[in-house]
Write a protein that binds this ligand. Structure first.
Ligand SMILES: NC(=O)c1ccc[n+]([C@@H]2O[C@H](COP(=O)([O-])OP(=O)(O)OC[C@H]3O[C@@H](n4cnc5c(N)ncnc54)[C@H](O)[C@@H]3O)[C@@H](O)[C@H]2O)c1
Ligand SMILES: [Zn+2]
Length: 364
C-alpha cells in the first residue's frame, strides 16, 4: 500500500500558536514514552478513559496514567476534582504537563485540568475518536458540564500541540465513526460546498476503509476550524458559526440525559431541523434539502428524533434551548443555512425560534 503523506498544519495565535500534525502510524508505545519524557521536564501524566486504557494497555501500563470512566459523565465536577487530587499524588509540578489521550470527553476534561492545575500547565492533545480529530482537539475550548447544561464551566486554553494519527481509529466502533461524521457534516454543509460535494460521494463504510479519503476529510475539517479559530479565538463573533446545529443538538442531548443520543447524532438532527426550516422559509430549495438529508442518512445518522414525542416532551426539550448558555435576553443567536456551504448568524426572538423548532420536532 502506498504510504500516506504526513500533513503539518499550524494554528497561529501569537505566543499560543501550535502545530497540528496529521501523521498516520505516528502514535505507538514508543512515541508516547518519548513524548512523556520530553514534556513538562519529564514530569508528565497521561489522562485517558477506561475503554481506551483497556485497548492500549500495552502502550500505557508503564507510564503515569490517570484513567476515568468512558463517556460524557466524566465531564463532571467530581471527576475533575478527583483527577486534580491524583495529579498531586503523582507529584506533578507547575512545570509538568498533561497528555490527553482520548476522545472529546478526555480532551475537554484534561484540558480544563491543565488550564487550572497550579494556574495552568502545558498540555498536548492526542485525539483518538473521529470527532476529536476533526473538531474538539483543536481550538482550545475546554470545559466540564453542570447538571444545568453542557460545558457550563470552562475556559479557553490552547494545547502545545495536537498529534493526530488516523490509524488509531482502527479500534473505534461504527456508531462512533458516524458520531464524528456529525461534526464533519457541520463543516461541509455550513462552510464548504466543494467539501460537501466530495463527502456526498461516499458512505460511512467508504471512509472507514479508505485511508486516503479519511486523511483528506480530517485535513479539510482541521483547516476550516483553524481558520475560524485564528480569526476569533474567544468565540466573540465568527467562531460561533461552528455552533451550527448545536443549540437544538445540545437540547436533545440534555433532554435525554446524555444517554440516548451521542453528540454527533444530536448535531445531525439539529442540522436536519435547520435545513427543514431553511426550506420552509425559502432559503434553500427542495433539491438542496434532499441533498443535505441524504448526506446525513448516508453516514448512518438520524434526520429526526427516533421516536414520536408528545407536546409536553417537546416543551421540555425546548426549555433547554432557552436555558442554553448562548442565550441572549429575549433573542437567540440563530445560525441558519443560507445555501449548502454557507451559514449565517441572526438574532431571532425566542418565541419565533421555539415555534419553528417545535413544529419540526412534532412533525416526524
Ligand atoms: N472542545 C471542543 O471544541 C469540542 C468540540 C466538539 C465536541 N466537544 C465535546 O466532545 C465530546 C464528545 O467527544 P467524543 O464523541 O470523542 O466522545 P468520547 O470522548 O466519550 O469518546 C467516545 C467513545 O469512543 C471511545 N473511543 C475513543 N477513541 C477510541 C478509539 N481509538 N478506539 C476505541 N474506542 C475509542 C471512548 O472510550 C468513548 O467510549 C462532548 O463532550 C462534546 O461536548 C468539544
Ligand atoms: Zn460539536
Amino acid at each position: 500500500m502506498q504510504k500516506s503523506k504526513n500533513i503539518k498544519l499550524s494554528l497561529n495565535l501569537d505566543n499560543r500558536s501550535y502545530p497540528i500534525l496529521i501523521e498516520p502510524g505516528s502514535i505507538n508505545g514508543e512515541a508516547l514514552r518519548h513524548l512523556v519524557m520530553q514534556s513538562g521536564s519529564g514530569n508528565c501524566v497521561i489522562i485517558t478513559d477506561h475503554h481506551l486504557y483497556e485497548i492500549y494497555a500495552d502502550w500505557l501500563k508503564t507510564l503515569k496514567v490517570i484513567v476515568v470512566k468512558a463517556g460524557e459523565s466524566s465531564k463532571d465536577m467530581s471527576v475533575y476534582e478527583s483527577v486534580l487530587e491524583r495529579m498531586v499524588k503523582f507529584g506533578i509540578s507547575r512545570t509538568g504537563a498533561i497528555i490527553a489521550f482520548g476522545g472529546g470527553v478526555i480532551g475537554d476534561l484534561a484540558g480544563f485540568v491543565a488550564a487550572t492545575y497550579m494556574r495552568g500547565i502545558d498540555f498536548y492533545q492526542i485525539p483518538t475518536s473521529l470527532l476529536a480529530m476533526v473538531d474538539s482537539s483543536i481550538g482550545g475550548k475546554v470545559a466540564i458540564n453542570l447538571s444545568g447544561g453542557k460545558n457550563l464551566v470552562g475556559t479557553f486554553y490552547q494545547p502545545k500541540a495536537v498529534l493526530i494519527d488516523p490509524t488509531l481509529l482502527n479500534t473505534l466502533d461504527k456508531r462512533q465513526w458516524a458520531n464524528g461524521m456529525g461534526e464533519v457534516l457541520k463543516y461541509a454543509i455550513g462552510f464548504n460546498s466543494a467539501f460537501f460535494e466530495e463527502i456526498s460521494k461516499y458512505t460511512l463504510t467508504d471512509i472507514m476503509n479508505d485511508h486516503e479519503i479519511l486523511l483528506s476529510i480530517i485535513t479539510t475539517c482541521c483547516k476550516i476550524k483553524i481558520e475560524l479559530v485564528e480569526k476569533d479565538e474567544k468565540d466573540m463573533g465568527i467562531r460561533n458559526l461552528l455552533n451550527f446545529g448545536h443549540t437544538v443538538g445540545h437540547a436533545i442531548e440534555a433532554h435525554y440525559n446524555y444517554e440516548k443520543y451521542l453528540h454527533g447524532e444530536a448535531i445531525a438532527i439539529g442540522i436536519a431541523i435547520k435545513a427543514k426550516i431553511a426550506f420552509e422559509y425559502g432559503q434553500i430549495d427542495g433539491n438542496e434539502l434532499k441533498q443535505i438529508l441524504d448526506a446525513i442518512r448516508q453516514y448512518e445518522l438520524p434526520v429526526s428524533l427516533n421516536e414520536r414525542i408528545i407536546k409536553d416532551e417537546a416543551q421540555h426539550l425546548l426549555s433547554y434551548i432557552i436555558q442554553d448558555k448562548k442565550r441572549q435576553v429575549e433573542a437567540i443567536e440563530w445560525i441558519t443555512i443560507k445555501k449548502i456551504g454557507e451559514v449565517e448568524s441572526k438574532l431571532e426572538k425566542n418565541e419565533s425560534i421555539i415555534e419553528k423548532i417545535s413544529k419540526e420536532l412534532l412533525r416526524i
